[in-house]
Design a binder for this molecule. Sequence first.
Ligand SMILES: [Zn+2]
Ligand SMILES: [Zn+2]
Length: 353
Amino acid sequence: MKNSNLPLVVKAVTWSRDSHGLYDYESRNVHKKLIQVTKPCVLTRLGNEVSQTLSQFDMKQANEIDPLCHIDPVNTDFTVQGCSDTMWMVIRTMRTKYGPGYLLKEGDTIKLGRVCYKVSLLRSHSDDSLSDKTQDSDESDVEIPNERETGICRICLNSDSETANPLISPCKCAGSMKYIHLLCLRQWLNSRMQSRVTENCITYSWKSIDCEICKSCFPFSIGNTGKETELFKIQKPETPFIVLEGVGNDKNSNRGVHIVSVTNGNDITLGRGHEANVRISDISVSRCHATLKFVDGRFLIEDNNSKFGTLVNICEKIIIKPLSSVVVQIGRTVVSFSTRIQQQGIDSNDIMN
Ligand SMILES: [Zn+2]
Ligand SMILES: [Zn+2]
């Protein structure tokens, strides 16, 4: 391990009032800290004070200290790895070769205000030869209960369990209420579904999708060994599309699925406003929060100077090359890492741009 020529300049902004881990990008009432990093260290927060801790030992002395991330110099680069809290990249600070924003990948989790979506499916070609296998679940590989058990479907009271319509146990119910047919459950879920169709977007939402008996939430798909069967059977568009699946801890958060079809030149807006293509009814979401574009066969999301930002979850190490910079949000701290030649001082405009 060798120190780079340029130190890593860390600008941290933290705020005292935590509401759903949201950072008000318009707020001026923040605590700022400028740190230069040349050695391996852990960035920590104690109250409103962000500092670099050089050894693990110091950190364990106080329980209230929040470790944010590990920073390591590697040759001329620096690596940043999150600690326990999720590390989010701040999309408004990101650029792609197509312009500002971030190119979405399947499996990404994005956060608009406090609302999270998983990018569960991306289809960039209309004539995708990889036609969606989950659309016809005849060859589904769902777990069929042990033959020794006598399962009876709690809806139709039938005990038949076939490959095309197996008895499954998708919730925490036990005993005589344990099993339900895949198709019986799907039908029940469909009856509770509402859909909203606009020019470029179909939104499916469910008032609630929890089991009425045990109150556990039905998963979006079931199965094992990577081959999943969707419980929610929904129509996929012909044009390129992206599926945003609501991820929520609390029951009233939108457990819905947005299927957004995108064509060249058509920007899709996501926001709380009535005119938004994808409407997200949450106070933490700005009226026109973000824009989704289809460029060169890829899906680009751009933040539209939203109040609470658009973020994307990052699990792997971030590598900061010389003369570059990265901005992340960890809990209630926004940190900018930069190896650019810096002028002294810090202001909140700087961290946002
Ligand atoms: Zn049944
Ligand atoms: Zn149940």
